[in-house]
Write a protein that binds this ligand. Structure first.
Ligand code: ZN
Length: 386
């Protein structure tokens, strides 16, 4: 994918006066993470994001610099200005010269997710400027001197949120055209002032900005109780044994008098693994993705198909937690080949050795595997989204 260069500015220089604490809200602790780290993590996990710049208070530059080790996309930390606008301007000056889009985010909004970030950026790529918004639930009134003067149709009213995403050159142009007396409470109003159209993206999830201790409590509860999205899948496959066929299991060619019959290389172990992964992700099964009526899969190495499944999981934001597979074969003895099969699988899936377990067993000469008519395989896998 040839994706554009997207930079991120996290504004963390605001004061935390309404929090009633000495420490800045972006450095408060939730589950052993600083508040700002939740945003850092969400942006780091976006494939669009190439660099992250944080503007923060002078006294916090050093402590925030330490986060560079954990988040390699965090390239610069700049000392913020007196007002937000000035802090963002300073960060703009250090962006990579290749920057094509810039996402500006409040450090005090740790509930932002990679999924929303990606959707907002994707929309900005097509229209140039996007402001995430949330719907207003209550009826909106306009009042003056304690008396209502008007009621606004709430369908036309939205609350602005972050990250707001703009074409970097447009945003820079707007900033450089600013007068010292111009002040804006959000970045989008600045772009609007210069006549640029800004599209809205309606946030489905809560993206509360921590302003008061009550907000902090609410956000902390939400983050502590959020469980990662874990999913489980099962795969089962059988192939008949036949003469004049190679026996291939887990991408390893095993010397044997007979081999498995099938349209592809009939690697029954890899097929069970793929089905369990596709099942866990609700993506159907291998028959749907690689139909045996398709000539291009004739004799294909199932490891290539496994690589395709891995790419599908990537596209849907899933990572493999672990998988456990069992091959059921009366013959041959498979233990000498297990290590090599495991190695092939971990290489394709890009995981560690302890995330893949392959076992082999017999069915004590019972049934079709016991009678050496075929070989079957089971696999259970667990995948997750961060
Ligand atoms: Zn199969």
């Amino acid at each position: 994918m040839c994706s554009p260069y997207v930079s991120v500015i996290i504004a963390a220089a605001g004061n935390s006066s309404r929090m009633g604490k000495n420490v800045s809200k972006q450095l408060l602790d939730i589950s052993n993470n600083k508040v700002i780290e939740f945003s850092l993590k969400a942006f780091s996990n976006s494939e669009y994001v190439k660099e992250i710049v944080i503007s923060t208070k002078k006294e916090e530059v050093e402590i925030i610099s330490q986060l560079k080790k954990t988040y390699p996309k965090l390239t610069s930390i700049v000392e913020g200005g007196k007002v937000r606008q000035e802090s963002v301007k300073k960060a703009l000056n250090v962006l990579n010269k290749n920057s094509e889009f810039v996402a500006i985010h409040d450090a005090a909004r740790p509930l932002i997710t990679t999924e929303d970030i990606d959707k907002i950026i994707k929309l900005a790529l097509s229209c140039g400027a996007v402001c995430p918004v949330s719907k207003v639930v209550d009826t909106v009134k306009i009042a003056k001197d304690g008396t209502i003067t008007d009621t606004i149709n709430r369908d036309t009213v939205f609350l602005a949120s972050t990250p707001q995403v703009f074409k970097t050159d447009i945003y820079k142009q707007c900033v450089s055209s600013l007068k010292d007396t111009d002040t804006f409470t959000d970045d989008c109003s600045l772009v609007e002032k210069f006549g640029h159209k800004v599209k809205t993206y309606v946030m489905e999830r809560d993206n509360t900005k921590i302003t008061t201790p009550k907000d902090f409590k609410k956000v902390k509860n939400a983050l502590e109780n959020s469980t990662p999205s874990i999913r489980i899948g099962h795969g089962y496959d059988v192939h008949r044994l036949a003469t004049d066929r190679d026996l291939i299991l887990g991408g390893v060619k095993i010397p044997h008098s007979v081999g498995l019959l099938g349209h592809s290389d009939a690697d029954v172990l890899t097929h069970a693994i793929m089905d369990s992964l596709l099942g866990a992700a609700s993506l159907g099964d291998i028959g749907k993705h690689f139909p045996d009526s398709d000539e291009k899969y004739k004799g294909i190495s199932s490891m290539k198909l496994l690589f395709h499944v891995k790419k599908l999981l990537d596209e849907h934001g899933y990572k493999v937690s672990n998988l456990d597979a069992t091959i059921i074969a009366q013959e041959p003895k498979l233990s000498p080949f297990i290590k090599e099969m495991t190695k092939n699988i971990i290489n394709v899936l890009g995981v560690e050795e302890n995330q893949v377990n392959v076992k082999a067993t017999t069915e004590e000469k019972l049934g079709f595997t016991g009678e050496k008519l075929g070989i079957s395989a089971h696999c259970v896998s667990m995948i997750y989204k961060e």
